[in-house]
Design a protein around this ligand. Structure first.
Ligand code: ZN
Length: 638
C-alpha cells in the first residue's frame, strides 16, 4: 500500500517534456527512411568531436566537460538508413514538410499559437550522439493548453527536432553509435512546471500522448516515446530527469525524486546541526596504501599490485549520512560513487558507512580512520586505482560533499528501469542555441494551417460512436481501443471481414495488457506481427484460442515469423481426419460410459477431447464431430 505523502506541503512542481518520433516517410533533413536498421553495419567511421573556438566561447560547462573527456566516437551505418547528411559530409536538405504538418496538427489540438516562420536552430550536444556536435531543433508553436481532470495545464512550446544516434556499445574512451536513428523527426511538447503530484504527472503525460497519437502520424512502441521530467520541491532544486520510456513508470519516478530531494534537505539540516563548514571539506587526499598491505580485498590488492594507490579522504561530520537511503537502492554514498565514476573514470568508491565489507576488515577501517585523524562523526571515502584517476574521483566526491551542505545539487539525471535515477551530468547552462544557417526558414501560411485543420482526425466522441454502431463493440471495449495504440490495426483487420470485431478488439486491448502484466514483452510486437497473427486466424491456420500464445512467442522472438511460431508451439490446426481419430480413440477409452448414458456421454467426451486439442481445433467443429461420432457408434452398437 502506498503511504500518504503531502506533495502540496512539499511544494512539488513538475514539468514534462514529451518526445515522440513522427511516422513520416523520410527524416527531418534528408530523404532517408525513418526505420531502424536490422542489418549489420557496413560502414564505420571515427570522429573526435571538438567544438570550434567561437562555439567554445558560449559552451556550457556540461558540453565542455564532455569535450574534455576526449572521447573517440565510432559511428556505424549502412547505405539504406543513412546518407551523407547524417555523416555530416553534406549539408542538410530543407525541413521535411510532412513533419511540419504533423507538428501543426498537434499545435492546433493543444490550442497553441503557431509561429509565422519556423527557424531552425542548433543546440550544442557533445556526447557524440550527433555527428555534427549539435542537434537541429525548431519551435513550431507556443502558449497552448490541455485540460486534464478540469485543470488547465499550459503547453509552453511545441518543437520539431532531430532524433539522436543510438548508443550501441563502447569501452574505455571509445563510444559506438549507430546513426540509423539520427535525423528521425521528433516532436517535443513541453508543459509549464505546474503539475503538483506524481499521479497528476502521469495523467498529463497520458493526455498529451493521446493527443499526439490522435494525429495518427506518430510512431508507437518502446523507444518511440521518451519523457523528460523537470522536478523540484520547495527545499530542493530543479532536477532534470531524462529518458523515462514507460508511461506507468512516471508517477514512481516523480515520487522517488521528491523523496530524494526531501531526504537531501534533511541531510543538509543534519550537517548544519553538526556544525560542518564548507572549509572543513578540503581536497586533502591521503595515501593509505600501507594500511592495506595484507588486505583480503581483491579489488584493493589488484589496484596496488598494478601500480595504483589506495587514496582516502576524510569527510568531516558525514558519519551515518553516506549510508542514508534517499530512494530504494540509492544512498548519498551511491551519489558520490556516480560522480567519482563520471569525473574520475574509476569503478567505484568505498565509504565507512558500508565498511567493514568487501574484504576490508574492521581493523583496517579503524587504522584508516586513525591515519586520517577522524573523530567520531567523521566518515572516510576510499578509492583504489591509479593515482591521477583516484585524485579526480575524490575531488568529485569532496565537491559532492560540499553540495550536501547546501541540499540538492542541480543536475541532470537518467531514469532507470526501476523508477530510480542516477547522476548523468551537470545541468547544461542556458546558452546552447545558435542559428542553423544551412536550412532556410519555413513560412507557416494560414492556408497550410486550414488544410491541416480540415484533415484532422475526428474527435474522440465521433470515433467512439462509430465503433459502437459500425462494429457493435460494447462501450468499455471501444473506449479501451481508442486509448490503445491499435485503433488503425483494428480497422484494417476488420476490413478483411472474416473475424469478429469484438475478438480483434479484445486481443488488441485486454489480452495484450494481461500478457504484458505477466511479463511478456508485448511492446516488442510490430504492427506486422499483429496483422499476420490475425491473418493466420482468419485463414483457419490457427485457432482463435492460439492467437495469444503466438503473440507471446513473437514478443519474445522478434525476428521470427508467424510460421516459425506456429511450428515452435505446435499450433497448426488439426485436420478433420486427425480430429476424428482423436475423438474415436477417446470414445473407445470410455465405452462403458457411452453404453450406460448414451448421448448424454457427449459432454464428458467433449471435455476430454477439448483438453487434448485446445488451440488446435475450432470448439464448434469438435462439438458437432463428437455428436456425430457418438450417434454413429450407438447406431453401430459400438
Ligand atoms: Zn540521410
Amino acid at each position: 500500500m502506498r503511504s500518504f505523502t503531502d506533495y502540496d506541503a512539499m511544494g512539488l512542481k513538475v514539468g514534462i517534456e514529451i518526445h515522440r518520433q513522427l511516422d513520416t516517410k523520410t527524416k527531418l533533413f534528408c530523404d532517408c527512411p525513418t526505420t531502424m536498421s536490422e542489418m549489420e553495419p557496413s560502414v564505420r567511421f571515427l570522429r573526435r568531436l571538438r567544438p570550434t573556438q567561437s562555439e567554445l566561447g558560449q559552451v556550457d560547462p556540461a558540453a565542455l566537460f564532455e569535450f574534455q573527456k576526449g572521447r573517440a566516437i565510432v559511428y556505424e551505418t549502412d547505405d539504406v538508413t543513412s546518407c551523407l547528411v547524417e555523416m555530416d559530409e553534406e549539408p542538410p536538405k530543407d525541413l521535411n514538410p510532412e513533419a511540419v504538418e504533423i507538428a501543426v496538427a498537434a499545435s492546433i489540438l493543444t490550442h497553441a499559437q503557431i509561429v509565422d516562420e519556423i527557424h531552425v536552430m542548433r543546440k550544442i550536444v557533445i556526447d557524440g550522439s550527433n555527428t555534427t556536435g549539435f542537434q537541429r531543433t525548431c519551435v513550431v508553436a507556443m502558449n497552448g493548453w490541455v485540460n486534464v481532470a478540469d485543470k488547465r495545464i499550459p503547453i509552453q512550446q511545441i518543437s520539431l527536432e532531430e532524433d539522436a544516434a543510438r548508443k550501441t556499445g563502447g569501452s574505455g574512451f571509445t563510444v559506438n553509435y549507430r546513426i540509423d536513428r539520427l535525423g528521425i523527426p521528433l516532436i517535443e511538447v513541453s508543459t509549464g512546471p505546474v503539475i503538483s503530484s506524481p499521479d497528476e504527472t502521469e495523467r498529463v503525460a497520458k493526455a498529451i500522448g493521446d493527443i499526439l497519437r490522435d494525429t495518427g502520424r506518430v510512431k508507437r512502441g518502446l523507444g518511440a516515446i521518451r519523457q523528460d521530467l523537470n522536478i523540484s520541491i520547495r527545499e530542493g532544486a530543479l532536477i532534470e530527469i531524462k529518458g523515462v520510456q514507460e508511461l506507468d513508470l512516471i508517477s514512481k519516478v516523480v515520487s522517488y525524486e521528491a523523496a530524494r530531494q526531501l531526504e537531501l534537505a534533511r541531510i543538509r539540516n543534519e550537517l548544519a546541526s553538526r556544525g560542518v563548514k564548507r572549509t572543513e571539506l578540503a581536497d586533502i587526499f591521503v595515501d593509505v596504501s600501507s594500511v592495506f598491505g595484507q588486505t583480503d580485498s581483491n579489488l584493493i590488492r589488484k589496484a596496488l599490485s598494478s601500480g595504483g594507490v589506495a587514496l582516502g579522504v576524510k569527510l568531516r561530520g558525514f558519519h551515518g549520512l553516506l549510508g542514508r537511503e534517499l530512494a530504494p537502492g540509492l544512498r548519498l554514498g551511491t551519489e558520490m560513487a556516480s560522480r567519482a565514476t563520471f569525473w574520475g573514470g574509476v569503478g567505484g568508491i568505498f565509504h565507512t558507512d558500508e565498511l567493514p565489507a568487501y574484504g576490508i576488515s574492521e581493523g583496517e577501517v579503524q587504522l584508516m580512520k586513525q591515519v586520517l585523524g577522524c573523530r567520531e562523526l567523521d566518515a572516510v571515502v576510499l578509492v583504489a586505482d591509479h593515482e591521477d584517476k583516484a585524485r579526480d574521483a575524490l575531488t568529485a566526491v569532496v565537491e559532492r560533499a560540499r553540495e550536501a551542505l547546501l541540499g540538492v545539487p542541480s543536475e541532470t539525471r537518467m531514469a532507470t528501469e526501476d523508477g530510480t535515477t542516477r547522476y548523468m551530468r551537470p545541468r547544461p547552462g542556458a546558452s546552447r542555441m545558435y542559428p542553423e544557417t544551412d536550412v532556410p526558414p519555413v513560412e507557416v501560411s494560414p492556408d497550410l494551417i486550414s488544410t491541416v485543420r480540415a484533415a484532422l482526425p475526428p474527435p474522440r466522441e465521433v470515433v467512439l460512436e462509430q465503433l459502437l454502431s459500425k462494429y457493435q463493440l460494447n462501450k468499455k471495449l471501444a473506449t479501451q481501443l481508442i486509448d490503445s495504440e491499435y485503433l488503425d490495426v483494428f480497422r484494417r483487420v476488420c476490413s478483411t471481414g472474416r473475424i469478429a470485431p469484438t475478438f480483434i478488439a479484445t486481443v488488441l486491448t485486454e489480452n495484450l495488457k494481461s500478457l504484458g502484466r505477466e511479463g511478456v514483452p508485448v511492446h516488442q510486437l510490430t504492427v506486422g506481427h499483429l496483422e499476420s497473427v490475425f491473418a493466420a486466424v482468419s485463414e483457419g491456420v490457427i485457432a482463435k484460442e492460439a492467437a495469444l500464445a503466438l503473440l507471446a512467442w513473437l514478443s519474445k522472438n522478434r525476428k521470427g515469423t508467424v510460421e516459425d511460431g506456429i511450428r515452435a508451439l505446435g499450433l497448426r490446426m488439426l485436420s478433420e481426419h486427425e480430429l476424428l481419430n482423436i475423438i474415436d480413440r477417446t470414445i473407445d477409452a470410455n465405452l462403458a460410459l457411452v453404453d450406460e448414458t448414451g448421448e448424454r456421454a457427449g459432454g464428458k467426451i467433449m471435455g476430454l477431447v477439448m483438453s487434448a486439442v485446445r488451440g488446435k481445433a475450432d470448439p464448434s467443429l469438435v462439438t458437432s464431430l463428437v455428436k456425430t461420432r457418438i450417434e454413429y457408434r450407438m447406431r453401430k452398437g459400438c
